[in-house]
Design a protein around this ligand. Structure first.
Ligand code: NAD
Length: 482
């Protein structure tokens, strides 16, 4: 891949950052430089926000017939699909994920544009019976300039999920991809540049979180911030927004459990337990990182999980194995620290727990599929998000204990329930404190249609589905006396 400098996209133009500084994005599989991107800072964010503000206030985007907004988004979905193979490869090179997962990400991004394209002319208010002689109605208006701070685990998908919803509802966008994985965001900007989207409606600034990210989340002229990433950074983003009294949508990860009851279909459950922690090397906010198994089948079930984890193929994303490398050294060292703490906390490693050292993989940070048993459910490793292909197992006797364990962390993003007893499945689902509950499946195929978001420290506000449209609209009540 050529290492020419990639530019920021502001007001429909490809521009260098004001400071003319660049930094490198690397291939996690071998450490090679993929490209140089702009080190955007406050001045660049400021220019992007100004462009987005002008595009919002001018006769441009806001007054576009909604159906035409939808048509442009459909076109972007089509362009994503036209270039799907190239974009999937770019995502794989930049994130390290297996190519087939990169392909799924591109398709998911196209689906977001398609789904929200269809909504552009179906967002409406209500009439409210107040009293005779008053016609009272509500208008659901775009909120204005929206900021999108995107993490490195699903760079294209997560960018598409919030920006498609924001654009469909008539907002303008300033996006800041993660410093480690900016390439597919730049590619999306290229496709948007070729579309009929008016200048300044979509803007992209690459840069570090502490510089471009902080400047965006603290900007006075941003009307809404969507952030996905760590709890710590999410909290900082929220503080910046609080100073300017701006709303935020936060998606901050989890410690999601699969609850395995003794009457479940074990073959299916084992398969999904493994998939849910192996996908994207466990670097997934909704990863199934805790395994809660009914005591009577624990030994048998764990044996099957370990067998499957040992059979996982590990390699470079371009070779499309089951498991690719960890994003970078920082993330890798963080995982190693977790493993050390787990040892000290008395963990029993049923498999994995180490760097994968195989020949050919020396220059990437590959981590073995890992199953840990014997941790105290209140221990640090049992409570905190590791972001690795590491699942921690626990056992329960009763339904009540299963619920208590499942709800026993500060997070609440996703829960899987595995049982053939439908009444039990509903009883448990009702008491789970998580934004999404899956019964006898995990993820339902991704589902752009299903509202997604957290309870507790997993965040608030909902992405995906129609629910996400609330983030990007503001309600006005109008009362007319006649
Ligand atoms: P992070 O939260 O720091 O980064 C996410 C995004 O926020 C990036 O675009 C980054 O540039 C930006 N950012 C960083 N500091 C910022 C600031 N002060 N103001 C505004 N934006 C800022 O995540 P990380 O440090 O890359 O990863 C650390 C841990 O976070 C991971 O191990 C994982 O546990 C968690 N994480 C969760 C998700 C998720 O999908 N929920 C995604 C990535 C990371």
């Amino acid at each position: 891949m050529e290492t020419e400098n990639r530019l920021n996209y502001i007001n429909g133009e490809w521009v260098e950052s004001v400071g003319r500084e660049v930094f490198e994005t690397k291939n996690p599989a071998n450490g090679e430089t993929l490209a140089k991107v702009q080190r955007g800072k406050a001045e660049d964010i400021d220019a992007a926000v100004k462009a987005a503000r002008n595009a919002f206030e001018s006769e441009g985007w806001q007054t576009f017939p909604p159906i035409d907004r939808g048509r442009i988004l459909y076109k972007i979905a089509e362009e994503l699909r036209n270039d799907a193979e190239e974009i999937a490869m770019l995502e794989t090179l930049d994130t390290g994920k297996p190519l087939s997962q990169g392909r799924k990400d591109v398709e998911a991004a196209a689906l977001y544009f398609e789904y929200y394209a269809g909504m552009a002319d179906k967002i409406f208010g209500e009439t409210i019976p107040v009293q005779p002689g008053i016609l009272d109605y509500t208008l659901r208006e775009p909120i204005g300039v929206t900021a999108h701070i995107v993490p490195w685990n699903y760079p294209l998908q997560i960018l598409a999920r919030s920006t498609a919803a924001a654009l469909a509802t008539g907002n303008t966008v300033v996006a800041k991809p993660a410093e480690d994985t900016p390439l597919t965001a730049i590619k999306l900007a290229e496709l948007i540049d070729k579309s009929a989207l008016p200048k300044g409606v979509f803007n992209l600034v690459t840069g570090y979180g502490s510089e471009a990210g902080a400047a965006l989340s603290n900007h006075r002229d941003v009307d809404h911030i969507t952030f996905t990433g760590s709890v710590q950074t999410g909290s900082a983003v929220m503080m910046g927004a609080a100073k300017n009294v701006k709303p935020v949508t936060l998606e901050l990860g989890g410690k999601s459990p699969n609850i395995i009851f003794e009457d479940c279909d074990q073959t299916e459950a084992v398969d999904w337990v493994v998939r849910s922690i192996i996908q994207n090397a466990g670097q997934t906010c909704s990863a199934g990182s805790r395994l809660l198994v009914q005591h009577s089948i624990k030994e048998e079930f764990l044996r099957k999980v370990v067998e499957k984890m040992k059979a996982i193929s590990i390699g470079k994303g371009v070779d499309d194995p089951d498991l690719g490398p960890i994003l970078n050294e920082k993330q890798f060292l963080r995982i190693m620290e977790f493993m050390e703490v787990a040892q000290n906390e008395g963990a029993n490693f049923l498999t994995g727990g180490k760097r994968e050292q195989r020949a050919g993989l020396e220059n990437g940070f590959f981590f073995q599929p890992t199953v840990i048993d014997n941790l105290d459910p209140k221990s640090y490793v049992a409570q905190e998000e590791i972001f690795a292909p590491v699942v921690a197992a626990f056992s329960f006797e009763t339904e009540e204990q299963a619920i208590e364990l499942a709800n026993g962390t500060d997070y609440g993003l996703v829960t899987g329930i595995w049982t053939k007893d439908a009444a039990r499945a509903h009883r448990v689902a009702n008491r789970i404190r998580a934004g999404q509950v899956f019964i006898n499946n995990y993820g339902a195929g991704g589902g752009v249609q299903m509202p997604f978001g957290g309870y507790k420290k997993s965040g608030f506000g909902r992405e995906k589905g129609l629910e996400a449209l609330r983030n990007y609209t503001i309600l006005k009540n109008v009362a007319l006396k006649y």
